[in-house]
Design a protein around this ligand. Sequence first.
Ligand SMILES: [Zn+2]
Length: 252
Amino acid sequence: MKFSKKQIERYSRQIILKKIGATGQKKLLKSSVLIIGAGGLGSPIAMYLTALGVGNIGIIDKDNIEISNLARQIIFSTEDLGRGKSSTAINKLKKINPDIKLKSFNIKLTKKNINQIAKNFDFIVDGSDNFRTRFLINDYCLKNKKTLVSGAISKFDGQVYTFNFSKKNSPCLRCFIPKMPVNLDADSCEYDGVLGTLGGIIGSIQANEVIKEILRIGDSLCGYVLIIDGLKLAFRKVKLNKRSDCYCNEKY
Ligand SMILES: [Zn+2]
């Protein structure tokens, strides 16, 4: 592919970076990322990935925009209340960067449809708000050897994990959370509350990690979990080992 003059200008601050360059920027434009959830995490993830030139982006979310979403889901405006999240997000993203191929999935992600939806995307970013979806995505990516960048926020805290399942020794989410939480469908933001900015902090780190994984630059977070305490402003990178008795060892 050849850059247009406008593209060279649009991406000039990244093309100038030695670790990215024209080759890296082209790689980004050719890459595909599926974002699960257009919420507090999905908003900044989608906006950054679109703005910086990830060429193919899908967003899946079945919900409509509620007023309680607006304090953290910064891709939406007050006038969007009641509209579908995924299609409204896509409409906003088109305005940010017309270069990007965008696809909206206004549907609940299930065991039955995940393969059909995710098969056309090379990288998966999880910004979902419940354990059922998180485990479903973990198991799909594990089975299909895809790279998953997962994030979670609650109260003033957040976590980021990267699982590169093309690597044999990559741990999985179940290595970190071996015991199933009691209420799989619970949205922790609804029950425990969350400060809106945590979505921006964790979502931006997730977007940054996806770019690193696509371009294979820097140190991968794979094998670690990043734990952020927003009140203390403490960042801890904790080693995450593959558990020998984990699902990821037994089944695959
Ligand atoms: Zn595991």
